[in-house]
Design a protein around this ligand. Structure first.
Ligand SMILES: O=P(O)(O)OC[C@@H](O)[C@@H](O)c1c[nH]c2ccccc12
Length: 254
């Protein structure tokens, strides 16, 4: 069992329910919309590649946003989002597989399934273009990366430390996220991406995750080498299209 010692009680609770959750009965087979191509298109159009996240609530958010997720998704795409991330975790994030299915049907951009997947059968809950695997929580990353790819998913491996980045690279990850949020204390520090993101790996798509809210934050993550940025709360809070547009139109050096 992967060591999950020292993590926040809210995360312990998320993992306990994730272990109980069943998967799909039938193996899914996905024809994915490629994320790297979507990132290139955004760059070519002069937009910052932003993955906008539909996250109705979270252990670190007050209240719950109950707007129609499909409308939110369309507003994010209107605001220039390169891809979307949809929470499917029901108990702590207000998500559902049905939400993801409806969103993916309504938009053309790649859609990431955000959940705490621990076992192979949990890959089969719903189709998505990308699937999140969290290095810290997955016992055998190689095995789950392979199982996900066999189904057609692109895999985003989430890391928080240099050791986890190594594990992700060893597992052959081509898309690596660095979560600025520490799952032990649930606090956010943007210097995590700056210190942990591997430099000079041209073949890897690097994503800065969490805690990005201002154009200054966007500039900072881009300067540190982020190919794309995953933003939830700062987009979900208020006018979703305007929030997305503000971030995608940030002037950056990169
Ligand atoms: O709302 P923020 O700070 O912009 O963060 C978005 C995203 O990175 C965060 O929701 C997240 C990162 N890794 C996760 C794993 C599961 C659930 C959620 C997450």
């Amino acid at each position: 069992m992967t060591d999950t010692g020292g993590i926040a009680p809210a995360v312990e609770s998320i993992l306990a329910t994730a272990r109980q959750r069943g998967g799909g009965d039938e193996r899914v087979s996905v024809d994915p919309r490629p994320l790297p191509a979507a990132i290139q298109r955004a760059e070519a159009a002069g937009r910052v590649p932003i993955i906008a996240e539909i996250k109705p609530t979270s252990p670190t958010t007050d209240g719950e946003r109950r707007d129609d997720p499909v409308e939110l998704a369309e507003q994010m795409v209107d605001g220039g989002a390169t891809a979307l991330s949809v929470l499917t975790e029901p108990e702590h994030f207000g998500g559902s597989p049905e939400t993801l299915r409806a969103v993916r049907e309504a938009v053309d951009v790649p859609v990431l399934r955000k959940d705490f997947i621990l076992r192979e059968d949990q890959l089969d809950t719903v189709e998505a273009d990308l699937i999140l695997l969290i290095a810290r929580f997955v016992d055998d990353l190689d095995e789950l990366v392979t199982a996900a790819r066999e189904r057609g998913f692109q895999v985003l491996v989430e890391t928080h430390t240099e050791a986890e980045v190594e594990t992700a690279l060893d597992a052959g990850a081509e898309i690596i996220g660095v979560n600025n949020r520490d799952l032990a204390r649930l606090d956010v520090d943007l210097s995590t991406f700056e210190s942990v993101a591997p430099s000079g790996s041209e073949d890897v798509t690097l994503i800065a995750e969490s805690g990005i809210s201002t154009q200054g934050d966007v500039e900072r993550m881009r300067a540190a080498g982020a190919d794309a940025l995953l933003v939830g709360s700062a987009i979900m809070d208020g006018d979703v299209a305007a929030n997305t547009r503000r971030l995608t139109t940030t002037e950056t050096e990169q």
